[in-house]
Ligand binder design. Structure first.
Ligand SMILES: *Cc1c(COP(=O)(O)O)cnc(C)c1O
Length: 234
């Protein structure tokens, strides 16, 4: 299967899932996750219509940035505060904010570049110890602290990584819990807390995530095939 036909297939499934939740295919943004894939493959995806790509490591963005055609870059993985400076002028949104400390560093670097950075708050609704993110209970406090203290940061929504489930039906409650918080903020938008994105769903579970209300899916394997993790050692 080619990258192009894989994208068509993901878009078709995305459209069906969107319809099930009363929306259209274009209401759900597909972010192609390009980690461990080469610029040539990424450019092929861009030629096939991909407008947004996601990387989980700062170093990979740095390595590929100049070789990839113009596209919107998303930082979707855990971000260390000391690396914010490298990507602040390269990405359109940071999906993985889970502390005031990180938000403050993003704010500081954004101010230096005279820009406002869009971020998502990463919520770990499954209380999965292996994943980053805050609990649903901590979400309100973090959002109000960031809104108060970080004028160069705009909170655009929430991100969630559900635990891997063989039967993806089991992931529904985790997505639904995050959607509930999302809806509360989407109903009372302000300039700095301007919810538009609910980033949920990967190759294994994006259909269920969209049915539960996700409007941004992060899909890698279904588009590019399996990743060669040996590349990480290079
Ligand atoms: C790798 C990754 C994805 C994509 O995973 P696939 O299963 O390959 O679709 C999505 N989100 C995050 C945060 C990731 O690190």
């Amino acid at each position: 299967m080619s990258i192009k036909s894989n994208i068509e297939y993901v878009n078709e499934l995305k459209g069906k899932a969107a319809e099930k939740s009363g929306r259209k295919a274009e209401d759900v943004l597909l972010v192609a996750v390009t980690k461990l894939h080469e610029p040539a493959e990424i450019n092929e995806a861009i030629d096939a219509g991909i407008t947004d790509i996601g990387e989980n490591k700062v170093q990979e963005i740095m390595n590929k940035y100049d070789a990839v055609k113009p596209v919107r870059w998303h930082l979707i993985g855990h971000l260390q505060t000391n690396k914010v400076k490298y990507i602040i002028d390269k990405v359109c949104m940071i999906h993985s904010v889970d502390s005031l400390k990180l938000a403050k560093e993003i704010n500081k670097r954004a101010e230096q570049h005279d820009l406002t950075m869009d971020i998502l708050i990463q919520v770990n609704s499954a209380l999965d110890e292996n994943k980053f993110g805050i609990t649903t209970e901590e979400t309100d406090a973090l959002i109000s602290q960031i809104a108060e203290e970080c004028p160069h940061v705009r909170i655009r929504g929430l991100m969630c990584i559900a635990p891997f489930e063989e039967n993806t039906e089991n992931a529904r409650p985790y997505f639904a819990a995050v959607k509930k918080i999302y809806d509360k903020y989407a109903a009372q938008r302000t300039e700095r807390v301007d919810f538009r994105y609910l980033s949920m769903g990967m190759t294994n579970d994006f259909e269920v995530a969209v049915e539960e209300g996700s409007n941004l899916i992060r899909v890698g394997t279904a588009i590019f095939g399996y990743r060669d993790y040996r590349k990480e050692e290079k």
